[in-house]
Write a protein that binds this ligand. Structure first.
Ligand code: AMP
Ligand code: ZN
Length: 470
């Protein structure tokens, strides 16, 4: 497997350091609001990376993805809502889990919350270790990382070390490259803010220390194999994670850094602060299926920006339909027989798909291999050169593709699930039955149309009425 490593700015051969197990950390959602589909571009691409490592490269995973449930934004949000931090963030963690499942994202091995006791303790321990190695100083009860004590500071973001303003401090969690400064590790307690006292004075963690501490606590000794997140995290977040982890241990923190480019709307980054975002629920409300959203989010090369449009979603829907129509045709094959050429063509496609995924997750080329196969086999079926004996081989190739892409299984799950609650469908069908009995066909038709507008098609047959998805 080759992966582009932001640290070296090169695609490199990737092999885990230990035991055939990839120890990977992903910066998770800051849970002060429901995640938007820009966030989910990153999480879906990371999911494809995880699946490619498992199902193409054959590794085991120990993958940690955290919830940032204490930082400047969550604290402000909880205070505005007038509830405790934990209760406030609980609702967005639940929403994240729901959206991630609806997008077919595989559950990862560990999903720590920054405010879990063991994590806050690990943060304090790391800050103390940094102190012992001379990397910190205190000011007004807060503890800062002194970047001039670490000559390698800036190596990920490629900052000009000479230009770094040593001595100037920054308290906020986010700031730009031009203002690289000593950053806060532990913030002194402010009135009304949550506070912990677990070994480095009363206060609360800065955002950056959270990920360093959770990654090393859960993944074990550094270096970990892969650290991932969206490209906006390179600076300051990941640069500071490196400074903290390497400053505290004296060892490399992560061997490989993988960054996902942004999802754009109207050629601007989709973000909560700009207000130009859609959630998974918005996509559903527009009548689209989330399998189509997943498809679009993974269809482009992860290192290129992707511009989100509703037309793009319609095209994704169409592409998915081409795959499912093809598989329907294969399932319906009745003529007996197996054809060597078909087997060879399928094996070529699997080889091309795997090679594309091994080449820094080139999903676009992987999908290209799938559609080339579909085109060739559709023509072969037109000429009756594919038999029922070929079907299992074709199906198992598509099962393989989908273990990595996760769109077809998601679509099948969507097909099986009613688009509105089953009880509502039952009630509407019952009401329609009543209307028909009373010969009120206008009402019966209205009910049918109403269900149709909600994605439910009624089919009257000899054994009664059944529903299916539109
Ligand atoms: P946050 O909740 O802001 O910490 O973001 C969670 C993840 O989503 C991070 O890895 C971000 O880099 C990523 N992210 C935020 N906005 C976008 C976007 N428009 N496109 C892709 N990833 C994004
Ligand atoms: Zn992080």
């Amino acid at each position: 497997m080759r992966l582009f490593n932001t640290l070296t700015r090169r695609a490199e051969a990737f092999v885990p350091l230990r035991d055939n197990t990839v120890r990977m950390y992903t910066c998770g959602l800051t849970v002060y609001a429901r995640g938007h589909i820009g966030n989910f571009r990153t999480f879906v691409c990371v999911d494809v990376l995880r699946r490619a490592l498992k199902y193409v490269a054959g590794y085991q995973m120990h993958h940690v993805m955290n919830f940032t449930d204490v930082d400047d934004k969550t604290i402000v949000g909880a205070a505005k809502a007038g509830i405790g931090l934990r209760a406030y963030t609980d609702q967005y963690i639940a929403a994240f889990r729901e959206d991630a499942a609806a997008l077919g994202i595989e559950p990862v091995e560990d999903t720590p919350r920054a405010t879990d006791d063991a994590n806050v303790k690990a943060m304090a321990d790391m800050i103390n270790a940094l102190g012992q190695r001379g990397h910190t100083y205190r000011s007004d009860g807060s503890i800062y990382f002194k970047i001039s004590t670490l000559p390698s500071y800036g190596k990920l973001a490629r900052l000009d070390y000479e230009g770094i303003q040593s001595g100037a401090r920054v308290d906020s969690d986010e700031y730009d490259k031009e203002s690289a400064r000593d950053f806060v590790l532990w913030k002194a307690t402010k009135p009304g803010e949550p506070t912990w006292d677990v070994g480095c004075g009363p206060g609360r963690p800065g955002w950056h220390i959270e990920c360093s501490a959770m990654a090393l606590r859960l993944l074990g000794e550094s270096p970990i194999d892969i650290h991932t997140g969206g490209v906006d995290l390179v600076f300051p977040h990941h640069e500071n994670e490196i400074a903290q982890s390497e400053g505290a241990t004296g060892q490399e923190f992560s061997r490989c850094w993988v960054h996902i480019e942004h999802l754009l709307v109207d050629n601007q980054k989709m973000s909560k602060s700009l207000g130009n975002f859609y959630t998974v629920q918005d996509v559903r409300d527009k009548g689209f299926r989330l399998s189509a959203l997943r498809y679009i989010l993974l269809s482009g090369y992860y290192r290129k920006q992707l511009n989100f449009t509703w037309t793009g979603l319609e095209q994704a829907e169409e592409s998915l339909r081409r795959i499912t129509d093809f598989l329907g045709r294969v399932e319906a094959l009745t003529a007996a027989g197996t054809h060597d050429e078909v087997g060879a063509r399928v094996a070529d496609a699997v080889g091309a798909f795997d090679a594309a995924l091994r080449d820094d997750l080139n999903t676009a080329a992987g999908l290209g291999a799938i559609f080339d196969l579909i085109r060739a086999l559709n023509i072969a079926m037109d000429h009756r050169q594919v038999g029922a004996g070929d079907a299992p081989g074709i199906m198992s190739a598509f099962d393989h593709f989908d273990r990595v892409l996760g769109v077809l299984s998601l679509r099948r799950a969507e097909d099986a699930a009613p688009p509105i609650p089953q009880a509502d469908i039952d009630a509407a069908m019952h009401a329609r039955q009543d209307a028909r009995r009373k010969r009120d066909f206008a009402e019966a038709d209205r009910i049918r149309q109403d269900l149709l507008s909600k994605g439910v098609v009624l089919e009257d047959g000899p054994h009664g009425t059944r529903w299916k998805r539109k």
